[in-house]
Design a protein around this ligand. Sequence first.
Ligand code: GLU
Length: 439
Amino acid sequence: MHNVYALFCFCPNISYRIGVKLFMKENLNPFAIAQAQLDEAAEVLGLDPDMHAFLRQPQREFHFTIPVKMDDGTTKTFQGFRVQYSDARGPAKGGIRFHPDETIDTVRALSAWMTWKTAVADIPLGGGKGGVICNPREMSVGELERLSRGYMRCIARYVGLFQDSPAPDVNTNPQIMAWMLDEYETIMGHREPGVITGKPQPLGGSAGRGPATALGGMFTIREAAKLLNINLNGATAAIQGFGNVGSFAHKLAQEMFGIKVVAVSDEFGGIYSADGLDYNFVSNHLAQTGKIPNCPGTEPISNQDLLELNVDILIPAAIENQLTSVNADNIKARIIAELANGPTTPEADDVFERKGIYVIPDFLCNAGGVTVSYFEMVQNAYQFYWTEEMVNQRLDEKMTNAFHAVHKMTQDKNVYTRVAAYLVAVNRVAEAVRLRGWV
Ligand code: GLU
């Protein structure tokens, strides 16, 4: 106790971190985590304190109530948020989540990560995020449509192709984007498809937007495997989450590289097969039953045990705070490809760094979605559409460049991959802020 106290007195920064680890419960507030990550990068960069203070907070946020007429005749009031974390490099950009556990701090964190994501991918956009506290599983299609239109009515005047462009995220999809687009265009009295991305293709959506997040992640896995001398053909993987991102990750890992996906899961639980799970078989089972568990010919596995499997590649593709101080020591993967946003806490990062696990950090690994959203905005602006092949080839180029910019930074500064990704991103955002004369 005395030694630790002495440390506190003489070396406040280091002792703070040790103190946190010894005495305090791990902080799982996503915005506190996002700020702590930025703080670490700012220290390595020697970032100007005024710039650091500016970048620690969202530029602007909207909180609103959305009254929705429910099917039973009652009116329910939902709480909605939109955070425009930064528009220094271009219009704010990022998805909208519908989730019962949504909080303003989660949306703030996710909007910060969008800011670093568009910067690391080097696309001319800022970062934003939206959320509604709701449980879409308990809502009818009509209720969901009225909620989606109500959300857009609340933010219509603050979004636009040159202001802020939302997109799908957890529990939202192209149909929801279509309702929001229609509401916006009805209010504004003109067509402006680039106000929202991840739309259905007949309304101006981009070819290749559906698989884009997972495909972008595959390009980063390919590059990491080259560095680590891992032969992906026959390499093993476990995937947590089977939404848009996790399911496409399973399909693409199998089809592009011959990766053997031995475990997948959804919120109801997981399945395991040492021989590998066939994507078509699992997705047929899901289509029939609505759940991943109890797929014939597989063994059950919990979401926790899935993360701790002895595999080459672990792909968290669900939600934040899955890899923490509780399980970090038990993780055996050689590569962690973070297709989810914020799956790893700073405490778990320390363990992975010590163990030499190669982490492809979230806002690099999952930047494929927003990159193709950017391509969608470009196509909308020109009213001229590309083939899926062109989209994928341009995505490969963007993701490969981003991966190597981060990898080079790990070597130049001798830092962990997440810190390196922050260094690349923060430098770019800070440069735009400086050029604008804000700080
Ligand atoms: N929701 C996705 C993400 O977290 C995509 C955002 C977008 O396309 O704007 O990156």
